[in-house]
Design a protein around this ligand. Structure first.
Ligand code: C2E
Ligand code: CA
Ligand code: CA
Length: 793
């Protein structure tokens, strides 16, 4: 038996004993027949012998019978009153009482048979006695096997006296035949006894195994009934033989009768009818389930049209031992809650919380999948786009408006009906859109024009009208292996182009951008090693007094001497270093070089180093600057730091803190590219800055355009008003220089007119050359200032 039941062995033995005891008291009718035989035996012996003893024995056995009958009656009563045999009505008690009654009967048999053998040896009475004795013995074996002691009592009290009597009488009379007859009793008694025992054991084991089977069946039934999962057992002919209530309720079936003996297919049909499912929706599910059953798959998760999720699992019970042969067993579990929860988790992981469209990761996943499924003649178009002037919207109108703008753009994306479109939010105000599986005749330009025109429009946010436009870069992959990273970075390149020259909402990555792109790829791969390899050099551009007579500070400008690409300008590589998270290391290398070089200059000359936007937000920027000063031993007063004003709106408080901390070290802070930002004045007011560097775009046309000149003068006087030191950048011509000088408030001029960026040793040469003035066009020759003026004339 493989099934373990919870019934303990002790319990089982007790129950076996109870049943055996009940069996003892079940032979009431047989006892009646037995009594008739016994009584007739006495009467016959009396007739044969005329011995009144037999009448006495008749009375005896009648009394015994009466006692037994009353015992039967008492047992029945007690059995009913106590509801069977149990603690209050123990089996042992009744076994003992039965034993006493039967012992009396055994005694009677002993008396009858031994008396007859001794006193009526050769009379029919003896035959009768022996017959009765044997008959009773056999009936005991057959029936009263319920008690082990009972058999022994019967043997010894009933049969032994007869055996002894016959043998004794035989010896006394010298009758060998009689002796032998007497001795026959010994093997007879013994074999009968062992037979009785065997029968008893058989009986008892059949009772106990029946009991075990019953308890197992009960436990099994209960287990199936209370199972939280539905369970359907099919027989070897694939007909339902067992189904539990849970399965019925999961399949919306009311009664077992409806499904008894039907097949799995019929069950599905019934389920479909009961649920009233849409035929078209259910047909594929039916097929799946049929296949699951016939192919004996292990698991199948199905979402039904009513959104319940059932998990089917299938096992095979065939080949097991037992009376009923089982075939397949199907269990069903309602996993609706679990699936809904996991769908929600999936949703949270895959969709962006703000815009409700796919997140970066999920978008990547989908596009890669779609790219895998492309056939040879299909192409894929990837675009990256962002919201124009998003920072301005965010800063001037608040983050709420910024968030709303992102949501509105996302909503427009959700309105795209094209099944080939896969869109997502890539982070910040950056979105991605792919069209997958484009065929020869498809026109990507049309597709993207459609989308961008749809997005670019006037929105109402918080009751305010706002024009939102996006700019995008598009890359179309036509052949070869598709790399998403490559596609994105090409689309990014195209986006950068469209931002520089915004004639259209989007531009496509073209063949001629390929060169620049592969250059970017090379730079990205090489930039980290370039720091360690010392490929970054620093050149210095002096900031002259407007008359060109002196300079006391040089701007450090980084150069990357790449072994193959040649000299790369910072305009190119700073952005890349920022993109790949290497800017901090680049800045550190340049700052260290600048401080080292400055230390070799005369003590009244300072160096001015550019920090990138990301540097200022870096948590360790302060400690990096400090350690560069410590390592080089440069006086902090000789270090100036340039920050661009476009950085200010982001994390203003944190950046203001950093700037203050740098100033507290004695470092001077310059605001670079002054005038090109959009929120300069409000921030300028709150920040402690030493100087502003007016961007070269203000100087470009000052000598040609009165309007430009007015603007230049306005920005200079504004800066003077705020008592900043004023540096004008990008002065190239003497006409421009004239304008700068005329304003009267400019402290320093940095431009090709006086000097291009130079190596550190050239700077030292210049400083050592007393009161030199460079040629107006910065050709490297030094002229006196008055000579410079003459040249102008
Ligand atoms: P910037 O800070 O505005 O630096 C001035 C840029 O204008 C320099 O270009 C300089 O060579 C150029 N320039 C100077 N005088 C004239 C002139 O008369 N006419 C014209 N057309 N240009 C002039 P450069 O060295 O290519 O640097 C470009 C930008 O790269 C810099 O602009 C600065 O923002 C950034 N940069 C340079 N070095 C570093 C650095 O070490 N770290 C960081 N984070 N950025 C740097
Ligand atoms: Ca600068
Ligand atoms: Ca500048």
């Amino acid at each position: 038996v493989q099934l373990k039941t919870t019934t303990s062995d002790i319990e089982l033995e007790k129950e076996t004993n109870r049943r055996l005891t009940v069996a003892l008291y079940q032979g009431q009718k047989t006892s009646g027949f037995g009594f008739i035989c016994h009584a007739l035996g006495c009467i016959a012996a009396w007739f044969s012998t005329n011995d009144p003893i037999y009448l006495a024995l008749l009375v005896f056995i009648s009394l015994v019978f009466a006692i037994r009958m009353s015992e039967f009656g008492r047992f029945n009563k007690a059995y009913e009153a106590f509801n069977g045999l149990n603690e209050q009505n123990p089996a042992k008690h009744w076994e003992h009482r039965f034993l006493i009654a039967v012992s009396l009967m055994a005694m009677w048999i002993g008396l009858l048979s031994s008396y007859s053998a001794v006193y009526h040896t050769y009379d029919a009475a003896t035959m009768i006695a022996i017959g009765v004795s044997f008959g009773t013995l056999i009936s005991i074996v057959a029936r009263n096997s319920g008690s082990r002691i009972l058999i022994d009592v019967f043997m010894w009290a009933g049969s032994l006296p007869l055996g002894i009597a016959v043998t004794g009488v035989g010896i006394a009379r010298g009758d060998t035949a009689l002796v032998l007859t007497g001795l026959i009793f010994i093997p007879f008694v013994l074999s009968t006894r062992s037979m009785a025992r065997t029968v008893r054991e058989m009986f008892s084991s059949s009772v106990s195994s029946g009991l075990l089977y019953e308890s197992m069946a009960g436990a099994f039934e209960a287990a199936i009934r209370i199972q939280p999962n539905g369970m359907i057992m099919f027989d070897e002919n694939d007909r339902i033989s067992v189904i539990n209530p849970r399965a019925l309720s999961l399949l919306s079936i009311d009664t077992v009768e409806e499904v008894r003996g039907i097949s799995f297919r019929e069950l599905l049909d019934l389920f479909y009818e009961k649920k009233n499912f849409d035929f078209a929706a259910f047909a594929p599910i039916r097929d799946q389930l049929k296949q699951f059953y016939t192919e004996a798959n292990e698991f199948l998760l199905i979402e039904f049209p009513d959104e319940t999720h059932l998990e089917f699992s299938l096992g095979n019970a065939a080949g097991g031992e037992g009376h009923i042969q089982f075939g397949k067993v199907v269990t069903l579990q309602d996993v609706t809650e679990r699936e809904k929860a996991s769908q929600k988790v999936q949703m949270l992981a895959n969709y962006d919380g703000l815009s409700n469209i796919p997140s970066r990761r999920y978008w990547n996943e989908q596009v890669l999948q779609a790219a895998d499924a492309l056939t040879a003649d299909e192409s894929i178009a990837i675009s990256v786009f962002d919201i124009d002037r998003f920072k301005l919207i965010n800063d001037t109108m608040g983050h709420g408006t910024g968030d709303a703008a992102i949501r509105l753009v996302a909503n427009k994306l959700q309105e795209i009906k094209d099944p080939r479109a896969i869109y997502g939010r890539y982070g910040g105000d950056e979105f991605v859109l792919a069209f997958c599986g484009l065929k020869k005749g498809d026109d990507p330009s049309e597709l993207f024009d459609g989308v961008f025109n749809h997005i670019n429009s006037t929105y109402v946010i918080g009751g305010q009208k706002l024009d939102i436009t996006v700019s995008g870069g598009v890359y179309i992959h036509k052949e070869g292996d598709f790399s998403l990273t490559d596609a994105i970075s090409k689309a990014d390149d195209a986006l950068r182009k469209v931002k520089q020259n915004p004639v259209k909402a989007w531009s496509q990555f073209t063949r001629d951008m390929e060169l620049e792109h592969s250059r970017n790829v090379i730079m990205k791969a090489a930039i980290k090693d370039a720091i360690a390899g010392g490929e970054f050099k620093v050149v210095y551009q002096p900031m002259f007094s407007p008359d060109g007579s002196m300079f006391d500070c040089c701007e450090a400008l980084a150069r990357w001497e790449h072994p193959e690409l040649g000299t790369i300008s910072p305009g190119e590589f700073i952005k890349i270093a920022e993109d790949i998270g290497a800017i901090h290391a680049v800045t550190q290398a340049i700052l260290l070089q600048a401080c080292t070089d400055c230390k070799t200059w005369p003590a009244d000359t300072a160096v001015s180093v550019n920090l990138s936007t990301l540097d200022l937000a870096h948590p360790e920027v302060l400690s990096m600057v400090k350690s560069c000063l410590t390592v080089t031993g440069l006086d902090p007063n000789r270090l100036h730091i340039e920050v661009t004003e476009t950085v200010l709106p982001m994390e203003f408080d944190r950046i203001a803190k950093t700037i203050n901390a740098l100033r507290n070290l004695g470092i001077k802070i310059a605001l670079d590219d002054f005038g090109t930002g959009y929120s300069s004045l409000s921030y300028l007011n709150q920040l402690k800055i030493d100087k502003v560097k007016i961007d070269q775009s203000f100087v470009r046309n000052v000598h040609l355009d009165p309007q430009a000149r007015k603007l230049f003068n306005a920005i200079v006087s504004l800066s003077a008003e705020m008592e900043f030191e004023i540096v004008v950048e990008g002065v190239e011509t003497s006409e421009q220089l004239d304008v700068v000088r005329e304003s009267g408030d400019v402290d320093r001029v940095q431009g090709y007119i006086f000097s291009r960026p130079e190596t550190s040793s050239r700077i030292i040469e210049r400083l050592n050359d007393n009161s030199p003035t460079p040629t107006p066009m910065g050709k490297g020759k030094f002229v006196k200032l008055d000579q410079f003026r003459k040249n102008r004339r």
